[in-house]
Design a protein around this ligand. Structure first.
Ligand code: ZN
Length: 198
């Protein structure tokens, strides 16, 4: 996957001591929801002029994720940060995103910090506060509840939490595989160039 790294120079520029923030364009809505679930600040813009999306990316220092090659060209031309995704599914797309930074997803994960619907921040609320707002059996079976400060949606650690946590592990294995592969390519080409020297 050497070419991918070279292609995403704009994204690597930001190389990411703090958490990256994303701007996700149309067709990647489910990637946006998953990134938010992992606690990453992710704006989703389903439609709108490309220039406007790129402008927001630059202004808010967000890495723009897109599947659209023309859009990606415009992002690079404008000097914005972007990653062209061509993965067939969310796992592949998110792995590709973090691989572009040369980073694993794991260190960035902060589950229960962000609303996957609106990107608002979550705060923990008490057992007593959720009573009457969600079904009785859910209140009884769970101990931790969170409310979105922006849209007031309630969250708790149900089975989708477990499946998304499992997904994050699979994403990290995929990234690790690629990083290892990439390192071995780098070592190969280095040893070849040493051999070739007179
Ligand atoms: Zn929300």
């Amino acid at each position: 996957m050497g070419p991918l790294l070279a292609k995403n120079v704009g994204a690597r520029k930001s190389l990411v001591k703090s958490k990256p923030a994303f701007l996700v364009d149309a067709m990647l809505g489910s990637v946006a929801r998953k990134l938010r679930f992992f606690g990453l600040d992710t704006l989703y813009i389903a439609d709108g002029p490309d220039d406007e999306i790129i402008g927001i990316g630059i202004k808010q220092n967000r890495v723009i994720l897109t599947c659209d090659k023309d859009m990606y060209r415009r992002i690079m031309k404008a000097g914005a940060q972007g990653i062209l995704l061509n993965g067939s599914d969310d796992l592949e797309n998110i792995a590709q995103t973090f691989f572009s930074f040369g980073m694993m997803l794991g260190p960035y994960i902060d589950v229960s910090s962000r609303c996957c619907m609106c990107n608002g921040l979550l705060s923990e609320i008490s057992h007593a506060e959720v009573k009457g707002k969600i079904p009785f059996n859910i209140v009884n079976w769970h101990t931790q509840f969170f409310e979105c400060k922006k849209c007031n949606k309630l969250f708790w650690e149900g089975s989708h939490y477990l499946s998304l946590r499992a997904l994050s592990k699979r994403i990290d294995s995929r990234i690790k595989e690629r990083l290892e592969k990439n390192n071995s390519y780098a070592t190969d080409s280095l040893s070849q160039s040493i051999v070739k020297k007179p």
